[in-house]
Design a protein around this ligand. Sequence first.
Ligand code: SF4
Length: 483
Amino acid sequence: MNNKYIHEQYEEDEKLKEECGVFGIYDFDGGDVASTIYYGLFALQHRGQESCGIAVSDTNGPKGSVKSHKGMGLVNEVFTPELLEGLKGDIGVGHTRYSTAGSSTRENAQPLVLNYVKGTLGLAHNGNLVNAPELRRELEYTGAIFQTTIDSEVIAYHIARERIHTASVEEAVSRAMNKIKGAYSLIVMSPRKLIGARDPYGFRPLCIGKRDNAYILASETCALDTIGASFVRDVEPGEIVTITPQKGIESDKSHCLPKGQEARCIFEYIYFARPDTHIDGVSVYQSRILSGKFLAIDSPVEADLVVGVPESGNAAALGYSLQSGIPYGTAFVKNGYVGRTFIKPKQSNRESSVRVKLNVLKEAVNGKRVIMIDDSIVRGTTSDRIVRMLREAGAKEVHMRVSSPPFLHPCYFGTDVPAEDQLIAHNRTIEEIRQVIGADSLAYLRTERLGEMIGGMGHCTACFTGDYPIAPPTEDIRGSFEK
Ligand code: SF4
């Protein structure tokens, strides 16, 4: 595939997207929780900008009475003060979504609310299952009718079915976990309980917080900070936590794997999560600083200035600077108003999306040898434009350093790392990629450094190495329910 072709096909799609953010809360004092969920989702907006929703229930009211609202758009576009006012209840779940499986429609927005003989279940899911099509077919042959095309509904159905034969919802969640395979951080709201579950590999994060007499479950700790809650602990990979006023937090660790076998998504640390988040005890910001330090140690180059491609390249650039002694600076001004509804320039237009989003500070780079750090190169379309912009602004040399290894394989666990033939590193050497993006030198983070970046914890590197922690589906199943 030549570079021009890549441009035409994918110009707007360079940055990877996370699938979802989840948030849940149970206020034991009976206070309304909808506005807290709103602010929690607002803090998780970076994890999904296509749709969002909130479902709440009154634990003292009739079982099965759930009020919910969801829609397409950002949290502050979908919810108004009046809508939040109408969502009365002391327990609730919320969700922000970007679709990596299932199309982008209002029906596919979450939380899912399921009415069944035992009452009502509200469910918010982050991740992707690898066996969703089989499970869905099985359910359809026994009469299930699906309302959505997302694999989260498969999980909700399984929990509801198991619940008919189990003594508690958490037991039903546990039994459902025996069947579902893949990545999931789940929050389940039953009429009287809030339940959090993380798949045994811990692909996606999930943490517990507390504010006064309310317990919170959230994808990232930054959501706890935003609502003034304190961090209690992470939900461990494979753990199910059940939150009730009678027993506080109860834990079931029967699905946990031996330490080191977990497969946390390393890209949460490199790019997806907010830098002010901690995942499983490791600061995302510090891990990015470390990645920059490793790049400086492993791939040094003489230069006058280190800059990051905002925002996620900035911390790695600072790390590179701290290690190398080369001054850290700002080379780019980012337009923060480029949102979902932004009208993308056509190929024939003189305007380029990259230029609309980023501009170069000429005064900062003119006449300098610049090291530019970005978190990843997916298709390579943005990188070559940014390199060119730096040169046009007077940079004498542009050396690109990437704070992740080259992407060589797709992801099936809840991110949109695409198929091989769309990845610039597929079938290309580093030198060939350097030529495509037009940099003076190019180096990536070494795969062995990923573990060091997060204190040696078990992590997934499948998109770099092809070493999938769970066997991938034999065909690309993402979006397969629509076929
Ligand atoms: S394949 Fe890559 S993006 Fe997907 S979970 Fe693993 S590390 Fe994360």
